[in-house]
Ligand binder design. Structure first.
Ligand code: TYD
Length: 219
């Protein structure tokens, strides 16, 4: 069922912008690659809007506090809060930016929930996929770059300060990692999986190659 859902809901509008998403386990180095890609595209004169989930809007920032730094949240409530953040975010920020022709780069999107809530929390991949796609009205990225990291390396890189999800055991993060690799395998055109343990510059070159390929295909 997951494959059918993924196939049924690619980009739903004809916005002139480009939508790129970074995904991966905690400690994969997404923020660094988001920054490097932004710099590279801005040097080429592109308008780039950088955002992250949860967060990215004032309401999203409040949801982020509740879901990452608050007290215990029941698993299904957690899934709905992440979905609410995305629904608002797409409506208020991502769609307008794409319509204006910007490149939107988001640090995490629907696949974070499919892996963390669907696989990690065991709420069901298909159910969470359906919930997330409903929340974002079927708007999916042109390219999702998965920075693949093992639970051990991720834990080392995160250090001591951890949010509610990061603090989960390695088995949780292993399920998240498997989730990403399975999703990416269903659609190699829209996913690029990169080994996050390689040097930052090599990783950046592979990211830019991937984005250039998608840009060329859309021309
Ligand atoms: P992130 O912003 O990458 O954390 P940090 O700012 O510490 O680098 O991600 C926040 C956490 O939220 C991360 O552990 C993954 C989790 N998450 C979900 O569980 N579901 C979701 O839908 C999203 C967007 C994030």
């Amino acid at each position: 069922m997951t494959e059918n859902l993924a196939a049924a809901t690619h980009r739903v509008d004809t916005a002139p912008g480009l939508f790129v998403c970074f995904e991966g386990g905690d400690g994969a180095g997404k923020s660094t690659q988001v920054r490097l890609l932004t710099d590279a595209l801005e040097r080429r004169g592109r308008e780039v809007v950088v955002t992250r989930q949860p967060g990215g809007t004032p309401l999203g920032a409040q949801i982020r506090e509740l879901v990452l730094h608050g007290d215990h949240v029941a698993a299904r409530a957690e899934a709905l809060l992440f979905a609410a953040d995305k629904a608002h975010h797409v409506d208020q920020l991502i769609k307008p930016a794409l319509r204006a022709g910007s490149v939107v780069i988001t640090d995490r999107y629907v696949d974070s929930s499919v892996t963390y809530q669907g696989a990690g929390r065991e709420l069901g991949r298909d159910e969470i996929t359906a919930l997330q796609h409903w929340a974002v009205g079927g708007l999916l990225p042109d390219l999702t770059i998965v920075l693949d990291v093992s639970p051990e390396v991720g834990r080392e890189r995160r250090g001591d300060v951890q949010d509610r999800l990061e603090a989960e055991a390695d088995a949780f993060h292993a399920a998240v990692r498997r989730g990403y690799l399975e999703i990416a395998a269903t659609d190699p055109e829209r996913y690029l999986v990169l080994d996050a343990s390689q040097p930052v510059e090599r990783l950046q070159a592979a990211v830019i190659d991937g984005v250039d390929r998608v840009m060329a295909a859309r021309r």
